[in-house]
Write a protein that binds this ligand. Structure first.
Ligand code: HEC
Length: 136
């Protein structure tokens, strides 16, 4: 009898914990959400950059898009959203490579064929991190 009451108490306690975790995300979950949000920003700027190039917009506008991508990547790189410290460190290292690659691209010509080439190179820099760390 007493044991049954204890078990029932434990069950309702566990249920309460469960509903709490559904209501408020853990810090890691919030960081993961912010990380994905930053990636969405990056993707949106990346797509708009392609549209700008197709529309023959100025190199200054393209550079502003690259700068926005770099700023969002910088933000994502500080989130440490992975559970494993080692993974966070490895990801940070990939972000530092992306920072270098995209920094060089900010200075690219950004018009005509050169612009297309720079845009593809930027996509390659996204892909080299995704290949390693984006599981789907
Ligand atoms: C240094 C690593 C890194 C770089 C560089 C990077 N990404 Fe990501 N990206 C990731 C990881 C890791 C994920 C998976 C996030 C997760 O755990 O759900 C991701 C996810 C995404 C997503 C999906 C977001 C969602 O809603 O789930 C998009 C879109 C994306 N990246 C676009 C880009 C684009 C475009 C670039 C380049 C301009 C880029 N990323 C550069 C690491 C990177």
């Amino acid at each position: 009898m007493r044991r049954a009451t204890l078990a029932a108490g434990l069950l309702s306690f566990l249920a309460a914990c469960d509903s709490e975790s559904a209501a408020s995300p853990t810090p890691q979950e919030s960081k993961a959400r912010d990380f994905r949000r930053a990636m969405k920003t990056i993707e949106s700027e990346y797509d708009k950059l392609q549209a700008d190039l197709a529309a023959g917009k100025s190199p200054e506008e393209a550079r502003a898009r690259v700068a926005a991508i770099r700023a969002a990547a910088e933000k994502a790189s500080r989130l440490d959203y992975r559970e494993s410290e080692a993974e966070n460190r490895e990801l940070a290292f990939e972000f530092s490579k992306f920072r270098d690659a995209s920094g060089k691209l900010e200075g690219a010509a950004w018009s005509g064929d050169d612009g297309q080439r720079a845009w593809r190179r930027l996509g390659t820099a996204c892909a080299s991190c995704h290949t390693l760390y984006r599981k789907e």
